[in-house]
Write a protein that binds this ligand. Structure first.
Ligand code: XBP
Ligand code: MG
Length: 255
């Protein structure tokens, strides 16, 4: 039987929702204030820091410059403390409804679920953060449709390491070539591709302009296919990305 598209694997932060801009970044700043630190990560500071995947890793990277005289174990202890506080602020923000799904996300999840395509998640953030997003951004019922949810707890190494994608493939018991990943960043794209998974990128304001070489398609969101409609070529910007688009793009990948 020829291979067919069997599963969609979604990144979370920046792909399902703009969690970085509205959630993680704000939560980091609240954690700094809690600890009496004057650090403030505005959007210009935070953008480049996103090159480092993982909140704790991001803090340590920043602290290497901000606190160069501190011994590593003290920096690590402060990073742990800040990350704990940041996570609780993040969860609070999500619970307050600060985070919304990116356009086209819920529509595609529902279409894939109804079509019997397996759904999965591959993220470097924690399981609690993922569950909270589904619970509080609306559509908590979609969580039941996920066959595998791979999070920070399942892979010690962060993207661009392919560990989390390999974990999810194992849980799905599917070959990489029968899946399609949806990512927002270069690090995510590299992770999925290193695991052998064809990947579509929906970039956001932080990741716009990154090198997405190797992606099947690079789109501003799941609300724009980038392809003209036969019946109404001018409606190109209006059409949501559907399963038929993903199947067509996936079929272009070498199998
Ligand atoms: C993006 C990340 C995460 C978040 C912060 O993950 O790098 O680290 O920025 O979350 P994704 P934590 O793979 O979903 O794009 O502080 O929980 O690490
Ligand atoms: Mg991401």
């Amino acid at each position: 039987m020829p291979a067919s598209l069997r599963a969609l694997i979604f990144d979370v932060d920046g792909t399902l929702a703009d969690t970085e801009r509205d959630g993680h970044r704000v939560a980091f700043n609240r954690a700094f204030a809690d600890e009496g630190l004057t650090w403030r990560w505005d959007e210009n500071v935070y953008g480049p820091l996103l090159q480092v995947a993982g909140g704790r890793e991001r803090l340590l990277h920043y602290m290497a410059d901000a606190l160069p005289a501190w011994p590593l174990d003290e920096r690590e202890a402060l990073a742990d403390q800040l990350h704990r506080r940041k996570t609780s602020h993040y969860l609070e923000l999500v619970e307050q409804g600060a985070i919304a799904w990116r356009p086209g996300v819920v529509r595609l999840l529902e279409e894939a679920r109804d079509a019997g395509i397996a759904l999965a998640i591959a993220t470097t953030t924690t399981r609690a953060n993922v569950l909270a997003l589904f619970e509080h951004a609306g559509h908590a019922e979609l969580l039941d449709a996920f066959a595998a949810i791979g999070t920070a707890e399942n892979s010690a190494r962060k993207k661009p390491d392919p560990g989390i994608y390999r974990h999810v493939l194992e849980r799905l018991a599917l070959p990489a070539g029968e899946c399609l990943a949806i990512e927002d960043s270069r690090a995510g794209l590299l992770a999925a591709r290193a695991a052998g998974i064809p990947t579509v990128v929906t970039f956001n304001d932080y990741t716009r302009g990154e090198d997405f070489d190797g992606a099947l398609r690079v789109l501003p969101s799941l609300a724009v296919t980038g392809e003209p409609l036969d019946e109404a070529p001018d409606a190109v910007a209006e059409r949501f990305v559907g399963l038929a688009d993903l199947r067509r793009w996936w079929a272009e990948a070498p199998h």
